[in-house]
Design a protein around this ligand. Structure first.
Ligand SMILES: O=C(O)CCC(=O)C(=O)O
Length: 268
């Protein structure tokens, strides 16, 4: 499966609309890949909370339409990272925003949405402004070899909660896709936890982070693609905007699971 992990770098000077146009062009240039993945909240920014209300959009708003067009132009499955979703009505916490990821098929059709379950901010930011997602999302994506790969969706801070990934694994996931806006200050956790989620679930992991600095928060980069064995297949340097173009051999996941069947030894 040919995967493009698109690590975006941006600062506060680039307006929302200009960034959406730039990134749509970058996605459209990824023809030939089976799956293209973007980071978390790359258009409204992960840390400039004050902008979220003004930049929220409905599920079928202009951000979503631009990403659907980009997927169609490239003829790829696109995990568009996440955006600030304007919910049709307030959720249980009284908020009308959510941190929502969307996946589009090669015809531009929406295949899945995932609302971030674990909100980051310790009383400010996401827990204050956003509703938490409540669903584990696992879906079949084209694997580039005429079949599909069962894929679990999660976002950034979710990576610290292994029970979410175990549920994805139990639902058949062999590939875990994790867009993020993870700060440089804790980037070693990001690298370590991605490998841990791969090893403990015997799943390949695609982690796509942002780089650059916004709202005075330097971002960590270090997007990585990890095989089910825990081997890092590709990793980005922290400062660059870069497309990691990776051929991920998913057949080795089944072989590895059969040769080292640790998941069969769970005691519940
Ligand atoms: O867990 C962390 O250290 C960072 C998480 C984060 O930045 C986020 O979820 O947006």
């Amino acid at each position: 499966m040919r995967i493009a992990a698109v690590q975006l770098s941006y600062g506060d000077e680039e307006p929302f609309g200009a960034r959406v146009e730039r990134v749509a062009g970058l996605v459209a240039a990824q023809a030939g890949h089976d799956l293209v993945v973007l980071p978390e909240l790359w258009a409204p920014t992960g840390f400039d909370y004050r902008r979220w209300e003004g930049e929220a959009q409905p599920l079928d708003g202009p951000w979503s339409a631009a990403m659907a067009d980009a997927a169609r132009a490239a003829g790829v499955t696109l995990h568009a990272g996440s955006f600030v979703e304007r919910l049709p009505e307030p959720g249980p916490d009284g908020n009308t925003l959510a941190n929502t990821s969307l996946v589009f098929g090669a015809e531009g059709e929406r295949l899945a949405g995932y609302r971030k379950v674990h909100r980051f901010g310790f009383g400010s930011g996401e827990p204050k402004l956003m509703e938490a997602g409540e669903e584990v999302v696992v879906l079949d994506l084209p694997n580039g070899a005429g079949g599909t790969v069962r894929t679990g969706l999660s976002t950034c801070y979710d990576l610290r909660f292994p029970e979410l990934y175990r549920r994805q694994q139990e639902a058949g996931a062999e590939l875990l896709v994790v867009p993020a806006a993870w700060p440089l200050a804790r980037v070693e956790h990001w690298r370590l936890l991605g490998r841990a989620r791969a090893v403990e679930n015997q799943c390949a992991v695609v982690q796509v982070n942002t780089a650059g600095t916004h709202a005075d928060v330097p971002m960590g980069g270090h997007s990585q693609v990890v095989a089910a064995t825990g081997e890092v297949v590709a990793e980005a340097a922290h400062t660059d905007e870069v497309v990691l173009s990776v051929e991920l051999d998913l057949a080795t996941t089944a072989e590895y699971r059969a040769s080292f069947p640790v998941l069969a030894d769970r005691r519940l």
